[in-house]
Design a protein around this ligand. Structure first.
Ligand SMILES: CC(C)(COP(=O)(O)OP(=O)(O)OC[C@H]1O[C@@H](n2cnc3c(N)ncnc32)[C@H](O)[C@@H]1OP(=O)(O)O)[C@@H](O)C(=O)NCCC(=O)NCCS
Length: 137
């Protein structure tokens, strides 16, 4: 996962194997895998967060990211949210196509390797629509 992360996030500091292993010690964190890609997600009290998603550049634009996100969105949460760099057009297009919308913006949130600071957009999606409300017999 660390290798894929480093290959996918060329402009940012990537997450090393120890950091990823540490996250995975949490009972709230799940790793989702697909050929050449993975996502780390956290589910707490009905709210799920996409901690990261990365697809190896050699496998990008083949539907892997979308499949990973579909898996994530069926985890049973009521709300999903994520942070994305404001200049990450491919990722934003993918999230918007899945029904995410911007709920806030954090100015100068990401520090790039080249010294630039980029705003973070917080996107969220209500997952309760379509959930059956089964109050039992
Ligand atoms: C964002 C990322 C995970 C998407 O994974 P992917 O497997 O390439 O995505 P998919 O093939 O499932 O593409 C789904 C959509 O993403 C968008 N997309 C993917 N690559 C794109 C590109 N080069 N330019 C514009 N849009 C693009 C399109 O909206 C595409 O929709 P389509 O299926 O209708 O064509 C991947 O590009 C990646 O790892 N990027 C680097 C790391 C990163 O930015 N992670 C997200 C941080 S929040």
């Amino acid at each position: 996962m660390a290798e894929i992360h480093a290959a996918a996030f060329l402009r940012d500091r990537s997450w090393n194997a120890a950091e990823i292993a540490d996250l995975l010690t949490s009972p709230f964190v799940t790793a989702l895998h697909d050929a050449g890609g993975f996502a780390l997600t956290r589910l707490v009290a009905g709210e799920t967060e996409l901690l990261t998603i990365a697809v190896d550049p050699a496998h990008q634009n083949q539907g892997i990211g979308r499949r990973l996100l579909h898996k994530w969105l069926t985890c049973g949460a009521d709300t999903a949210f994520l942070e994305v760099a404001a200049d990450n057009a491919p990722a934003i297009a993918l999230y918007e196509s899945l029904g995410f919308h911007q709920t806030s913006r954090r100015p100068r949130y990401y520090a790039r390797k080249d010294g630039a600071f980029i705003d973070a957009l917080i996107l969220s999606k209500d997952l309760t629509r379509g959930k059956s409300v089964d109050s039992g017999p």
